[in-house]
Design a protein around this ligand. Sequence first.
Ligand code: NAD
Ligand code: MG
Length: 397
Amino acid sequence: MATPAPKRRIVLLGATGSIGESTLRVIAAHRDRLELVGIAANGRYQRLAEIAREFNVKHVAVFDDNSFLAAKSADIFPRGTQLHGGVAGLTTIATLAEADTVLVAVVGTAGLKPALAAIAAKKTLALASKELLVLAGKFVMAAAREHGVRLLPVDSEHNAVFQCLEGHHASDVRRLVLTASGGAFRDWPLEKLSSVRVADALKHPNWSMGPKITVDSATLANKGLELIEAQWLFGLRAEQCQAVLHTQSIVHCLVEFRDGSMLAQLCPPSMTFPIQHALLYPDRAPCPTDDPLNLEKKFSLDFRPVEAARYPLLGLAQAAMAAGGVAPAVFNAANEVAVAEFIAGRLPFLAISRVVEQSLAGMKNFEPTTLDEVLQADAEARRLAHQNLFSPASFSR
Ligand code: NAD
Ligand code: MG
């Protein structure tokens, strides 16, 4: 009888979020193959305690200082749990000796240092946090190459591309086309976009996700970040990474080869498919968490070009990608600031792109030679974006 494969031991950064919860469903469905050994979140330590109990997790990291102190004094974690705090705590659990895979699903770029530490400790990196590659793709990819570490894409489109590229030569790829659902406002009359409320932007037609990425999907900043993420993951030129509108979110990518053939990857719009693929890779197993596509029922797939006027942030992201240097980092930082202000109800929806545009225009681009230079550009872009929030141009349009 064949001996069963050893369990893959997983650290989950961002365990309380949308990707985190989907990952827990995948792990619960494959307990014979997957074991959770460390979890981290920003706050919500009560939920972390529940997860620690359910999955018998010994290492828990809480980033936010106050939540960490509260977690330490609350007597809710199972006996023997080790609590870690701050970015050092995240780094500790990202490099645990007993872990072999670290899934980074922290919103924004807070997962960068722990992710780099995981790479240096030769952990396989399953990457959901696209912002990391947009900020520091050059350095993350170089570190992965240096340490011989595999990056497994969790973002559905990139996981789809990864699947389509298996067994093919990168040099045969003409272009990748990532699909975009078009988000909450794809069918709104353009003139109505000035009256968008936060609650409207948080209603995604196809996917259930965290608030930041849901707003990014409504503006298509998300697709812009994903094009930049794809460029780094698959080593392509900016013009080889493109987007198309596909309202059903069933086809996740199209890979066109130089002979004109295209491969596509299809599955229902649920993140458990790419998460399971990444965590079990290269094995496959039935997916107990979601039903596959049902071809007994009629459904259609349609594709249309992205309307540039509706989605100015996609154009800005593409320009930043083509410019290279720190421009993608500036795009990402300004977008993060503007989206947080929009979600807080302090910035109109249409001003998000204006803040990003002004921040990009206000910074000198350069090719960074160190990670510190990128982090400085990120900090400077955030400062500028905060200034631009109050510039009158952000409120007109
Ligand atoms: P979310 O807002 O639902 O969850 C974010 C998680 O990050 C939470 O667990 C939160 O506690 C944690 N977090 C935030 N700041 C932290 C910090 N400083 N230290 C430690 N943990 C911190 O977000 P989400 O939708 O799950 O998205 C997470 C990431 O995955 C994002 O980068 C997003 O772009 C990417 N992603 C999400 C989806 C999706 O379907 N939700 C799909 C593809 C990619
Ligand atoms: Mg995606």
